[in-house]
Design a protein around this ligand. Structure first.
Ligand code: DGL
Length: 273
């Protein structure tokens, strides 16, 4: 594997851009190839089998482009498809998921004894966070809540409207807020509403954690360990692919990566795997 090969990143839509952005800030010399599976979002409402199928197809597409690492920048896909991707591809590339790095960030903070976890139905129903957190820190208490309206709302830019605050508040009020030391945003879309969540939790002392920078840090560690950190300093443009071009994706990608980016549509779901 070549140090100057790109890093592949995927999500159902714009959520993974929060992770791509953290990777770019930590390792600006790396070339990124991003795939947003906008034709199939929201992943959170799909069955584990469907999500695994999409994840395998996308990973194959990224591997065909020579990616030295594949970052599952989606908690739903990480929760149900990580093992399948490891089984299929880890002999050819590094595979990083979004769950383990966030778990690591939670358990390494010794002030966190009780944590709320919000994510899509797929993530929460998989039980991954509660299970892995229990394995790593058996005394930690978890309160998990599926918040299925949030990712589609963010994807549609609806979170920029006032009404979204009521939806977020209504979900948060289902959690035992008085008991929480931290809230884990277990969906890569949610950093885009982090400010609204902080405002709503202002009277509580609750740390808000998300996957973006823990994933970037984990990726850097793995690249370093494998001698695959890019050595070439010349900046290369990132590439963006969508299974269905959406205006919302273009706006968000421009917000993070500037207006000069090109977004391509890629039909990767037809034909044999
Ligand atoms: N951003 C994704 C996640 O972290 C998926 C959201 C969705 O498509 O439902 O779970």
């Amino acid at each position: 594997m070549n140090q100057n090969a790109p890093i592949g990143i995927f999500d159902s839509g714009i959520g993974g851009l929060t992770v791509a952005n953290a990777i770019r800030l930590l390792m600006p010399q790396e070339k990124l190839i991003y795939f947003g599976d906008t034709a199939h979002l929201p992943y959170g409402d799909k069955s584990p089998d469907s999500i695994r199928y999409y994840a395998i197809r996308i990973s194959k597409f990224l591997l065909d482009r020579g990616c030295k690492a594949i970052v599952i920048a989606c908690n739903s896909a990480s929760a149900v498809a990580f093992k399948a991707l490891q089984d299929f591809f880890s002999d050819r590339t590094i595979v990083i998921n979004a769950v383990d790095p966030l778990v690591k960030a939670i358990v390494s903070d010794k002030d966190i004894h009780t944590v709320g976890i919000i994510g899509t139905k797929a993530t929460i129903q998989s039980g991954s966070y509660a299970r892995i957190l229990q394995q790593k820190a058996s005394g930690l208490l978890t309160h998990s809540l599926a918040t299925p309206l949030l990712a589609p709302m963010i994807e549609d830019q609806f979170h920029l409207r006032d009404v979204s605050t009521d939806i977020i508040a209504s979900y948060l009020n289902e959690l035992p807020l008085q008991e929480l030391d931290a809230l884990a945003l277990a969906c890569t879309h949610y950093p885009l509403i982090k400010d609204q969540i902080s405002d709503l939790l202002v009277s509580h002392k609750i740390r808000i954690l998300d996957s973006a920078s823990p994933v970037a840090t984990e990726l850097k560690t793995r690249l370093l360990e494998s001698g695959l950190l890019r050595v070439n300093d010349s900046e290369e443009d990132s590439e963006f692919y969508l299974s269905d071009k959406t205006e919302s994706f273009e706006k968000s990608a421009e917000m993070f990566f500037g207006s000069s980016i090109t977004i391509n549509e890629a039909d990767i779901f037809t034909g044999q795997i």
